[in-house]
Design a protein around this ligand. Structure first.
Ligand code: ZN
Ligand code: ZN
Length: 95
């Protein structure tokens, strides 16, 4: 597979037994491997675990100008009107 980006061809996950970070080729998704650290057998997930830092970046907190309720707003909705879940007023959230 010379035409595949090697960095995107890896599944990243943690050993369920000892917690060490592991990476396996994507083609091993769903297979069982042996942890190189604690030697327990564990299944390789089919997709990478979500990176918690990346998830945090996808959300920001916005304070509603009308009712001051704080809402979580997805990054994809930044600079667009979102409706406050508390009072129903539309507000613009900046990144
Ligand atoms: Zn382990
Ligand atoms: Zn509000």
């Amino acid at each position: 597979m010379s035409n595949t980006d090697p960095s995107s061809d890896k599944i990243r996950f943690h050993c369920t037994s000892c917690g060490v970070r592991l990476a396996a080729p994507a083609k091993h998704g769903g297979a069982t491997i042996r942890c190189p650290k604690c030697e327990s057998e564990l299944p390789v997930p089919v997709t990478s675990e979500p990176d918690p830092a990346a998830l945090r970046r996808e959300w920001s907190l916005a304070r509603c100008p009308s009712c001051e309720e704080v809402s979580k707003v997805r990054a994809e909705n930044h600079d667009r009107p979102v409706v406050c879940a508390s009072c129903g007023e539309a507000m613009i959230v900046s990144a």
